[in-house]
Design a protein around this ligand. Structure first.
Ligand code: PDD
Length: 289
């Protein structure tokens, strides 16, 4: 890729020229929201669903939507074009802007800061998919607005790093004996032959990948339900996966040093991955919903 071109406050420019004030509330308070949108062959994945979730995150932090739906679609298309199309990951962030001085209260008359960048999207390595990943369960120490995609990610960062420090790829978070999600992913299990994922609510992000998986499972007759997952159910599961825009569907083959099921990626995962590939191939050729 040539020098990356980014979008900052209605303008496209080389990354090296993009400047944000140190008084920006994103920097001072993590006062903002974000989205990560994967791009397949130049086509944004479930763009409207991402923009709808962005609207809900903005509503949740009481910040108005700075661009119209049409302007977002146009700006995202331009960003993809400026960065050569292909397989990308778009990061989009809106903060409450830079006021003249630091004060917790919302500033009056300040424009939000809108930033977008595109990076090359690397799908998970085949070796990783063949073996699956290791995970660790950790206490979900986060707040009660986890359904909002805010840039205040320090708890997620600490949890992910703790997982890495234990030789794991992801942390599976547990709150009051119930699995919520991963540090940066949603969780699915196959339990007694049924695919389960925790229901939407304040303790997890409604992942766009998660929702697509539920749709694909229903479409292809794979028994699935949104249901609470206890620690015991997690331990009994024959398969566990984590899902996200950037990592798609990753099989988890070891949790807390115990093998999940046979210790290898399971048959339901393989089936779902095949459906997911068909979907992303249709998106590449311009035929996916
Ligand atoms: N995160 N839950 C959390 C806490 C996440 O951070 C993410 C994704 C997900 C999955 O959502 P989606 O399927 O819409 O990507 C669930 C992104 C990729 C990130 O922070 O980089």
């Amino acid at each position: 890729m040539n020098a990356p071109i980014v979008y900052l406050n209605h303008e496209f420019m080389p990354l090296a020229e993009a400047r944000v004030s140190p008084l920006d509330r994103g920097f001072l308070f993590a006062d903002g929201v974000y989205e990560v949108i994967p791009v397949y062959a130049g086509k944004a994945f479930r763009l409207q669903e991402h923009l709808d979730r962005l609207q809900r995150s903005l509503d949740g932090i009481r910040l108005s939507m700075p661009l119209t739906n049409r302007d977002w679609i146009h700006a995202i298309d331009e960003l993809i074009r400026h960065n050569g199309g292909g397989e990308l990951s778009i990061y989009l962030q809106i903060t409450r802007g830079a006021a003249a001085y630091r004060d917790h209260a919302f500033p009056a008359g300040v424009d939000p800061t809108v930033f977008m960048m595109a990076t090359t999207r690397k799908p998970p390595e085949p070796a990783l998919l063949a073996m699956g990943i290791r995970a660790i369960t950790l206490d979900d120490i986060r707040w009660r607005y986890c359904h909002l995609k805010t840039i205040a990610l320090l708890p997620n960062i600490l949890l992910r790093q703790e997982a890495i420090d234990h030789g794991c790829t992801e942390a599976i978070l547990v709150r009051d004996d119930l699995v919520t999600e991963g540090a940066a992913s949603n969780v699915f299990i196959v339990h007694k032959g049924t695919l389960l994922t925790p229901p939407r609510g304040p303790f997890l992000l409604p992942g766009i990948t998660r929702d697509l998986l539920l749709e694909l499972a229903r479409e292809h007759g794979i028994p699935c339900r949104e249901a609470d997952i206890t620690r015991d159910m997690l331990a009994e599961a024959s398969e566990v996966w984590v899902t996200s825009s950037t990592r798609e569907i990753l099989p988890v083959t070891e949790i807390d040093e115990q093998a999940v099921g046979t210790g290898e990626p399971g048959p339901v995962w393989a089936q779902m991955m095949a459906h997911y590939r068909v979907y992303t191939d249709l998106l590449r050729s311009g035929d996916a919903a």
